[in-house]
Design a protein around this ligand. Structure first.
Ligand code: ADP
Ligand code: MG
Length: 341
């Protein structure tokens, strides 16, 4: 009886480095609703699985206890319900019932509340009501609470009462696993050779929705052109000019340009052999982003950074990875750069 997408379960969610922590936390929330992490605030770029995980929590709780009252809404629905029931009809019973008489409230894409004060206020009261009754609240957003500057302080501070966790882009192995799962679920007669799967996975790095779209496109292409079987040539043809990661878009040079601009240095500085600080750290950050966001080998990346060898590149990647864990500011900075890319 819920409006959850039946496919968005934990079982159908593939876990990789970029979403492991969020997955574990979500599972823990589902196992201890209202008790362990409340609220849960999930954020990350578009198409990285926030809605999927949030609904998986709902499914899980319902499975444990089918009588649980769960409301899943996008922020827009919340807004519309608010307008309809309170402003237009001056009758907020229905609204109250839907949002306050629940055990679990899932609110998707909270960033849409930005700048809308009346509805923020309503949400604030809804939140307080549920929170005081130990009802589980889960919120998703495209940005961390601190970056939701057009949300009132008191809401932002409440979001930090529980746990905040993020979803990051997935590595190639995880993307391949997602595609394999998807192929399995498609239950189609078509056979997808592994090189086709790998090719599709390599073309969509930042958004699982687009990754799945890429697979569908290959399938549609094969069907429309009556291909006898799906092979690499066909996949390349199908995704021509369509994939998000056209090499131009996420090239080493593009990353170098963005990083150089951000730190107000030149691309030549990044490519030079100079080992002065802070330039060395800036370069390591650029190298890290190249490793993470492009499919270039360590060697290839090294060539583009002053002919450094692959061990130096590996060292830079490790170093920034460490720094990200220890230093929140560096972590935020990497986020910011990724956003700009
Ligand atoms: P978001 O809400 O972050 O924009 P969604 O949850 O809507 O992203 O995910 C987009 C699509 O990608 C959905 O079809 C979802 O099932 C799928 N998806 C995302 N991450 C995963 C994953 N780790 N495993 C399987 N499918 C995923
Ligand atoms: Mg979503």
């Amino acid at each position: 009886l819920s409006n959850l997408n039946e496919f968005y379960t934990f079982d159908n969610f593939i876990v990789g480095d970029g979403n492991q922590f969020s997955y574990n936390i979500s599972l823990s929330v589902a196992q201890n609703p209202g008790k362990k992490y409340n609220p849960l605030f999930l954020y990350g770029g578009s198409g990285l699985g926030k809605t999927h995980l949030m609904q998986a929590i709902g499914h899980y709780i319902l499975q444990q206890n089918p009588n649980t009252k769960i409301t899943y809404v996008t922020c827009e629905t919340f807004l519309n319900d608010f307008i309809n029931n309170i402003i237009r009809e001056k009758n907020n019973n229905e609204f109250r019932r839907k949002y306050r008489d629940v055990d679990v409230l899932l609110v998707d894409d909270i960033q849409f509340l930005a700048g809308k004060e009346k509805i923020q206020e309503e949400f604030f009261h809804t939140f307080n009501h549920l929170y005081s009754l130990n009802k589980q609240i889960v919120i998703t957003s495209d940005a961390p609470p601190t970056e939701l500057s057009k949300l009132t302080e008191r809401l932002i501070s409440r979001f930090s009462w529980g746990i905040i966790t993020d979803m990051q882009p997935l590595d190639i192995e995880t993307r391949i696993a997602i595609l394999n799962k998807k192929v399995e679920m498609l239950n189609s007669d078509e056979y997808f050779p592994s090189d086709v799967i790998e090719y599709v996975a390599s073309q969509f790095e930042l958004n699982v929705r687009e990754l799945e779209g890429g697979l569908n496109r290959v399938l549609a292409y094969a069907s429309i052109y009556g291909a006898r079987d799906i092979n690499l040539d066909l996949a390349v043809e199908a995704l021509k000019g369509f994939s998000k990661k056209s090499s131009e878009k996420m090239s080493i040079l593009r990353i170098q340009k963005i990083v150089a601009k951000y730190f107000q240095i030149s691309v030549e500085d990044l490519q030079s052999k100079t080992r002065k600080q802070p330039l060395t750290t800036y370069r390591q950050i650029a190298i890290y982003l190249c490793k993470e966001l492009t499919d270039n080998s360590l060697q290839k990346i090294g060539q583009n950074f002053g002919k450094r060898d692959h061990t130096t590149i590996m060292h830079a990647v490790d170093k920034i990875e460490e720094l990200r864990k220890k230093d929140k500011e560096i972590d935020a900075l990497i986020h910011e750069l990724k956003n700009q890319l």
